[in-house]
Design a binder for this molecule. Structure first.
Ligand code: URP
Ligand code: ZN
Ligand code: ZN
Length: 459
């Protein structure tokens, strides 16, 4: 080859490149971890060439919501950063955002340091950390500006889980939101009205109604909507942006959209479980496995969320990946209030959204990229590197083969959960390759990359 030809580390040829703006056939050249050229027919030499003819090339997925190894109900979610990030990569996810776990009496900075220790040299995809505030005396809130200055710009609170010592009151919520907003950060909220949740839970438990369906009856859509409304009012008064995690219901969605109409800067995230599963799962023999918070809802709720996703009203889809093994799920003897809450999901995010969103005609391909990568990158301050396929961006790419029909089977997934909420569901394709900063992490659906090389993303 002539010297004048470009030299690439990697060349992806003949793929159908999809961004949030549209799709076209393009070759993509990668050097030193970055995308350096995009052309319809790229000349040049490369150390490695991937022929992506017939396949889609998408930006690596960004999952804004995972819980690797967090304590819940006397146990710990089954994936740590090592296993969870490997599963993520196998599903085309190249960036995750996880959360600190703040113990009582522990400062926000100490909790962050502990979390960073757990991820460092173990996480195989790039990662950001949201700082979760569960203990909120003023002396800890004073650390917020410093954390933001150090690149930790997103914070999260729960308006529930009082029994677990994780709830903040609405007064504390106001103060935290004010502080985060004043210093240019973003606050995330798990929105459930705790008074309603506690009274409905107590009524069910006291009456001996402990079957899994009573999880849904104890943590209702009304409780979600009430908390969204309350939080949005405070955000509106403060003129602060607010991000609602794992929105699950039509009522919650409507509360969010009403606030938006009234000028509140409110961002909405939902999860595959609320789009694809419903509360009938709780009536199955293994119904207690599906206990997650917020609970699964009705088909009508799912329809409302799909519509909002299609119409651009929902900003992001995350997974709330928080897996427990069957043995862990059994530890509560099938009782809803004793079963550890959470579902696996990081590896099935793209396959499910592609199949039931794009292939079944609910959303367009560019919209998929928007909610799984582009918009997420914008919200969490990663647009200089992530969420798009453009010259100068990190070469975080997922190559999706839409020609192979597969089905979800827990035994083929890579996380620690030995079951999947989506077992047997048809998938219209499969991940062929996942690339992180130009490195091949996954090939033909299997992890082949170097482990623990994910980078911490300060923003
Ligand atoms: O039940 C769930 N989703 N567990 C993880 C913690 C949370 O509320 O997101
Ligand atoms: Zn939550
Ligand atoms: Zn969560």
């Amino acid at each position: 080859m002539a010297d004048s030809l470009q030299q690439f580390d990697l060349l992806i040829r003949n793929g159908q490149m999809v961004t949030a703006y549209g799709e076209r056939r393009a070759d993509i050249g990668v050097k030193d971890g970055k995308i350096v050229a995009i052309e319809s027919d790229l000349g040049g030499e490369a150390r490695r060439v991937i022929d992506a003819a017939g396949w889609l090339v998408l930006p690596g997925v960004i999952d804004p919501h995972t819980h690797m190894g967090i304590p819940i109900k006397d146990t710990t979610s089954a994936d740590d950063f090592a296993s969870g990030s490997e599963a993520a990569a196998c599903g085309g996810v190249t960036t995750i955002f996880d959360f600190t776990v703040q113990e009582k009496g522990q400062s926000l900075k100490e909790a962050l340091e502990v979390r960073l220790q757990k991820a460092r040299d173990r996480c195989s995809v790039d990662y950001g950390i949201h700082v979760n505030v569960t203990d909120a005396p003023e002396r800890w809130l004073e650390q917020i500006p410093e954390l933001i200055a150090a690149g930790f710009r997103s914070f999260k609170v729960f308006s529930t889980y009082r029994e677990a010592g994780m709830m903040v009151t609405w007064e504390q919520f106001r103060r935290i939101l004010q502080q985060v907003h004043a210093h240019g950060g973003l606050l995330l909220l798990h929105a459930e009205d705790n008074a309603l949740v506690e009274s409905q839970t107590a009524a069910n438990v006291n009456a001996g109604r402990l079957a899994p369906i009573y999880h849904a009856r104890s943590r209702t859509a009304e409780a979600e909507a009430k908390a969204v409304k309350q939080a949005a009012e405070i955000a509106g008064e403060l003129g602060a942006r607010l991000y609602i995690v794992h929105l699950s219901s039509r009522a919650g969605l409507e509360a969010g959209l009403r606030a938006r109409e009234q000028g509140v800067d409110i961002l909405l995230e939902t999860c595959p479980q609320y789009l694809l599963l419903d509360e009938s799962k709780y009536r199955q023999p293994n119904g207690h496995y599906f206990i997650t918070t917020p609970p699964l809802r009705t088909r009508d709720d799912a329809e409302a969320l799909w519509q909002a996703l299609r119409d651009g009203h929902i900003d992001t889809v995350g997974t709330d990946h928080c897996p427990f093994t069957r043995a862990q799920k059994e530890s509560g003897s099938g009782k809803f209030h004793l079963t550890p809450n959470g579902l696996p999901g990081v590896e099935t995010l793209l396959p499910l959204l592609y199949t039931y969103g794009v292939a079944e005609g609910r959303i367009a391909l560019p919209r998929l990229v928007q909610v799984l990568a582009k918009r997420t990158a914008e919200i969490f301050g990663l647009t200089d590197r992530k969420g798009d396929i453009r010259v100068g961006a990190d070469a975080d790419l997922v190559i999706w083969n839409p020609n192979e029909e597969t089905a979800i089977a827990a035994e083929n997934l890579h996380g620690q959960a030995d079951w999947s909420p989506y077992e047997g569901m048809r998938i219209a394709g499969r991940v062929e390759y996942t690339l992180l900063r130009g490195q091949v992490l996954v090939e033909q659906g299997e992890f082949v990359g170097e482990r623990g090389k994910g980078e911490l993303l300060r923003r």
